[in-house]
Write a protein that binds this ligand. Structure first.
Ligand code: HEM
Length: 130
């Protein structure tokens, strides 16, 4: 049977920010850590301060082990709507694409020109060989 992944906006996830209802967003996934607060070896306070925003950086900074990453699966309740991120929270790549589309820099034009140039050269070489 196909499983449907529940999608939450960052706003929705951030509303669960108390000891009795604690959701955390890590690497685009939403975790309900309410029942894990007391068991978390890093303490409950760090989890409570990680609510209401993307906690990926804090999670990675703590240097979690592979077993911790395995354990995460037990608490995953869904995924974050990628379009609900604010610009600051978007990944570097998305930000870059947005930037190129909305306000290209001279460097972007050089890269674009290089791509077009190489494509034209490759096309001409191909046609000559035929
Ligand atoms: C689903 C989410 C999480 C799980 C399952 C989890 C699990 C664990 C586990 C098993 C450890 C013990 C060390 C290890 O095995 O790596 C640990 C330590 C720790 N965690 Fe988490 N954690 C989660 C989220 C977070 C978040 C969001 C933060 C920060 C905001 C955090 C901060 C820490 C810290 C500071 C330690 C202690 C590291 C140390 O003393 O060396 N954890 N966590």
């Amino acid at each position: 049977m196909p499983t449907t992944t529940k999608i939450y906006t960052l706003q929705q996830a951030s509303e669960h920010n108390t000891r009795d209802d604690c959701w955390v967003v890590i690497h685009g996934k939403v975790y309900n850590l309410t029942n894990y607060l007391d068991e978390h070896p890093g303490g409950d306070d760090v989890l409570l301060t990680a609510t209401g925003r993307d906690a990926t950086e804090d999670f990675e900074d703590a240097g979690h082990s592979n077993s911790a990453r395995e354990l995460m699966k037990d608490y995953c309740i869904g995924e974050l709507d990628p379009f609900s991120h604010t610009e600051k929270e978007q990944t570097g790549l998305v930000q870059k694409i947005l930037h190129v589309c909305t306000a290209p820099t001279a460097q972007d034009w050089v890269v674009l020109a290089a791509i077009v140039g190489v494509s034209v050269a490759a096309g001409m070489l191909y046609l000559r060989r035929k």
